[in-house]
Design a protein around this ligand. Structure first.
Ligand code: ADP
Length: 230
């Protein structure tokens, strides 16, 4: 579960990035986080991963209290949250297989586990036939799939995708969102940060909208006419 209660975050210079943000995402949910540039979306991601601490208010992520978390606990928190970065952060010198395997090696997985798990996640994202390629020999959509495979490989309970369709055409964007939905169906909580209003509407999921560091709406994107009379 991800829970923010009255979270304020100020950076050393400038205004508050978050101004009392309150939101809760339950285990197993699929949620879009939307808001204009500068509204605080990246700050929310960085608070979830323990990269930042709240100035005030409380942040709980998958059983960890981010105000009180000790430095040595942060790697354990991060294993519960897989992040798919906007710029992918893939390693071009390594093959597709090695990019994913590397994420397991850094958390101390055994070779036997790596040999079993990497092909499984590459198959899940549809890259099983591209294991020996290098990221710079692949399309944007394929690189995005690889970034998702790497985020998934250590079996996190939550995946955060930062603008996963930012650089893709509508068809590829739809495929990536469908993949994230499939991952959600397998039980992983999915939080997608997106600007893409059309895509958000298409998927009919819960949408948390933020502006100027506060949650301005939270619910399903479909318009409901609650004032309708008989
Ligand atoms: P978004 O991801 O929605 O574009 P951010 O969380 O990056 O928004 O930024 C929210 C606000 O915090 C913006 O006004 C931004 O300028 C400010 N901000 C973000 N990072 C820093 C930083 N490292 N130092 C100072 N101000 C920052």
């Amino acid at each position: 579960m991800i829970q923010f209660v009255d979270v304020v975050k100020s950076y050393e210079q400038g205004n508050n990035a978050l101004n009392g943000a309150t939101l809760q995402v339950e285990d197993g949910e699929f949620v879009f986080l939307i808001g204009p540039s500068g509204s605080g979306k990246s700050t929310i991601i960085r608070l979830i991963t323990g990269e930042l601490k709240p100035t005030s208010g409380t942040v709980h992520v998958n059983g960890y209290n981010l105000e009180r978390i000790r430095k040595r606990e942060i790697p354990y928190l991060r294993r519960t949250v897989g992040v798919v970065f906007q710029d992918f952060r893939l390693i071009n010198k390594m093959t597709v297989y090695e990019n994913v395997a590397f994420a397991m090696r850094v958390v101390g997985a055994r070779e036997k586990e790596i040999r079993e798990r990497v092909p499984y996640v590459l198959e899940l994202v549809g890259l099983e036939s591209k294991m020996d390629r290098h990221p710079n020999e692949m399309s944007g959509g394929e690189q995005q799939r690889l970034a998702i495979a790497r985020a998934l490989v250590n079996n996190p309970s939550t995946i955060i995708a930062d603008e996963p369709t930012g650089n893709l055409d509508p068809e590829r964007s739809f495929e990536i969102m469908a993949l994230l939905q499939e991952i959600n169906n397998l039980g992983t909580t999915v939080l997608v940060v997106s600007h893409d209003q059309n895509l958000v509407e298409l998927f009919g999921k819960r949408v948390i909208a933020i502006d100027e560091g506060v949650v301005v709406s939270d619910g399903l994107e479909e318009e409901e006419d609650i004032y309708e009379t008989e």
